[in-house]
Ligand binder design. Structure first.
Ligand code: ADP
Ligand code: MG
Length: 692
């Protein structure tokens, strides 16, 4: 049995509730719970938000403007000043350390007065906002007490913890110190076995990870490092444990699969694919062909396929999915294809209906509002003729079902499921993916994503998948140019869009909000739509957003696809998958509100046909950094570079855009910078699993 850090914590004294400890009454317990600290184990992993070197203090006389520092001195005067009939106030004390005086002020917090006394010794931390006189507004403070616990709080590097209302820094630090004294020896190193050969007799415990401290030492160093650098070493060790725990789980899933499941014979015999490719109207790129070869090998292998297909926007993943579906259908198995939005599911339904019509393969659409359509998909007028057509000629009994997450609900119970395809995988969590897969008996699984996943994130999220990459765009694509503009240039931008509409092209006009909100700072589709109809008359302007019902959404998309509507005012709803090659212009307003990777996805909606495409990013740029961030999009269309940048700037949750994206949250690990640790955890987990 593998003992993971968390499970071992439950069995050991570390799992005991904090309320059981001396000195923790109901009030303290409630405060600690607000910080997410329930057990001793939780407390010992409470991560300091910074450290303060209290071995030496800066003299008040040496404080510098705007530079954070800690000073230590005696309060020589204090008081509250009020004005405007008492509604405004400032509390101030003056600190003297023998070199100079420092004014510490708190605005409109008059009750602060009761926490301090003249003559008290105090530590203050903050950035001086004036040197004449020396002043820090709203510093952090800690009163120096000379008692037997001095040594915890002074003359060392001390941890400064995140706090909550009513919980003093000094109390928490003492509490953690005491708890550490008592329980440090209960912190086990869950990976010690890693370094010891299985057959070895009794020998002294060996460190699993020789260049990093053991877990107990790391926890100690996390709170009370001897040197500043120790804190980082401790963090790395604890981060490694987090990554390891995840990697073991991910790889164990894979190991179980290989041990228990036989692959269904789904490689097909080409009798459907050959004619399909012939009528496609283009030839597959080399990258598409290479990927299909890899997949075909999986589909006839002895274990079920578990493969991630990655390809930048427009790389042509849908056609690959169609070929893979055909392999399974040729082999007599049913196929399920899940997409994250109704629009995308409907678009796939349309494309697959068209493609699979002549071989007479049944295609079915299942979305939230159409659970009942078991045999004959009920479709909008626009699609009815096509689907009726395909339903009439069904020599093949095998069925392709396309749908949204409606597919994972209980109503969908396919028999003979041979293949599951998940489009825009990052929009679904691992649990959702597994739920669909479990509808069959170990079907093959192909998940597709356009978000280029930086390697650390990929190893973390998709460690149990093989990866194929379509690293080439189809030839004959018009170029995509991106421009960054400020809002005062909008009239010119509109002129430009009008010209393009006159030339027969179509446009997306993207806004961050559905409705105008209180401040009206962010532009909303509904109000903009009214203005833009006049602006671009006589062109027809459609409106698309998440609050429309599915039929309305579908009708708008169908109109846009058929060029009955020339421009679409929309939210980031169209971010994933939408494919209308004649749309070559995209305007995105309030660009500063979007992540880089998301903007890259959005602009991936254009540049899909032969015509040159233009993406105009209109942003309210307040800082040079904001400009630099958005400039990346002007400079490159390399999705990987953009994703790396986004990961650095905004973290994995933002990069993948959703809560449910399955990005685990780490207390110590940082996916943006811990690549080496992630790689190491992967290798260690592998070694670990081989021995168990
Ligand atoms: P994505 O990878 O973003 O899902 P799609 O599958 O939507 O991309 O493909 C984008 C467009 O490129 C579609 O219109 C598709 O028909 C077209 N396409 C795909 N493969 C090729 C190819 N080999 N040659 C030309 N066009 C292609
Ligand atoms: Mg797609």
């Amino acid at each position: 049995m593998i003992r993971l850090p968390s499970s071992s914590a439950r069995a050991s004294p570390l799992g005991a509730p904090l309320a059981a400890l001396r000195g923790v009454g109901p009030e303290r317990a409630a405060q600690l719970a607000r910080l997410g600290l329930h057990t001793i184990g939780d407390l010992l992993l409470h991560r300091p938000r910074r450290y303060e070197d209290r071995r030496r203090f800066l003299a008040v006389a040496d404080l510098q403007l705007g530079k954070a520092a800690t000073a230590r001195g005696k309060i020589v005067a204090l008081g509250v000043k009020r004005w405007r009939g008492g509604s405004k106030s400032v509390f101030e004390f003056i600190l003297d350390d023998g070199t100079a005086r420092l004014h510490c002020r708190w605005w409109n917090l008059p009750f602060m007065e009761k926490y301090f006394r003249p003559g008290e010794e105090v530590l203050v931390y903050g950035k001086p906002n004036s040197l004449k006189p020396r002043t820090i507004d709203h510093p952090e403070t800690e009163i120096v007490k000379t008692d037997e616990e001095d040594f915890v709080h002074l003359n060392r590097i001390v941890p400064i913890y995140p706090l909550t209302e009513g919980l003093p820094q000094r109390w928490l630090r003492s509490f953690i110190w005491q708890t550490l004294e008592e329980y440090e020896s209960s912190i086990l190193d869950p990976w010690n076995g890693l370094a010891v050969p299985a057959s070895a007799g009794p020998r002294p415990p060996q460190r699993a990870i020789p260049d990093l401290p053991g877990r107990a030492d790391a926890v100690h160093m996390l709170h009370f490092p001897e040197e500043m650098a120790d804190a980082e070493i401790a963090r790395q060790r604890l981060a490694l444990d987090e990554f390891l725990e995840l990697q073991v789980a991910v790889q164990r899933r894979r190991k179980n699969l290989l041990a228990n499941a036989k692959g269904l014979p789904c490689a097909g015999d080409n009798h459907l694919i050959k004619p399909f490719l012939k009528q496609l109207g283009f030839t597959l790129t080399e990258a598409q062909t290479r990927v299909l070869r890899q997949i075909r090998r999986d589909m006839s292998g002895s274990h079920p396929m578990r493969r991630l297909l990655q390809g930048d926007v427009g790389a042509g993943k849908t056609v690959v999915a169609a070929c893979v579906a055909l392999m399974a259908l040729e082999s007599g198995f049913n196929v399920a294809l899940m997409a994250p939005t109704e629009i995308l599911a409907a678009q796939h339904f349309q494309a697959f209906n068209r493609w699979f019509r002549s071989p007479g393969i049944r295609v079915e659409l299942r979305t939230g509002n159409r659970k009942t359509s078991n045999l004959e998909p009920r479709t909008s007028n626009f699609e009815r003729s096509e689907s009726a057509n395909s339903a009439l000629r069904t020599p093949h009994s095998a069925l392709l079902t396309i749908g949204t997450h409606a597919l994972i609900e209980s109503g969908f119970a396919p028999d003979n499921l041979g293949l599951v395809i998940i489009d825009e995988q990052h929009r679904f969590g691992v649990a959702q993916r597994e739920k669909l897969v479990r509808k069959g008996r170990y079907p093959h699984l192909l998940v597709m994503t356009a978000t280029p996943i930086p390697r650390t994130l990929g190893l973390t999220l998709y460690g149990d998948l093989d990866i194929s990459v379509i690293d080439q765009l189809p030839a004959g694509r018009g170029r995509l140019k991106t421009f960054l503009r400020t809002a005062d240039k909008l009239p010119k931008v509109f002129d430009f869009i009008r010209d393009k509409l006159k030339e027969g092209r179509q446009a997306y006009l993207v806004y961050p909000r559905v409705e105008e909100s209180d401040g009206g700072e962010l532009k909303a589709v509904i109000t903009e739509w009214e203005k833009l109809q006049k602006e671009f008359a006589p062109s027809q302007i459609g409106l698309l957003h998440g609050r429309l019902n599915p039929e309305e959404k579908e009708r708008v998309m169908a109109d846009f696809r058929a060029n009955r509507v020339q421009a679409l005012v929309t939210t980031s709803l169209i971010e994933v998958g939408v494919d209308v090659p004649n749309a070559t212009v995209m305007l995105i307003e309030n660009t500063e509100r979007f992540g880089l990777a998301q903007l890259h996805q959005l602009r991936g909606r254009i540049g899909r046909g032969a015509h040159e495409s233009y993406c105009v990013l209109v942003a309210d740029i307040k800082t040079e950094e904001a400009r630099r961030r958005l400039k990346v999009l002007e400079e490159t269309t390399d999705g990987f570079r953009i994703a790396e940048e986004d990961l650095k700037l905004r973290g994995p949750g933002e990069l993948l855009g959703q809560q449910q994206s399955g990005v685990p949250s780490f207390r110590f690990g940082d996916l943006a910078s811990d690549r080496a640790l992630v790689e190491r955890a992967r290798a260690l987990a592998k070694a670990w699993l081989e021995k168990t």
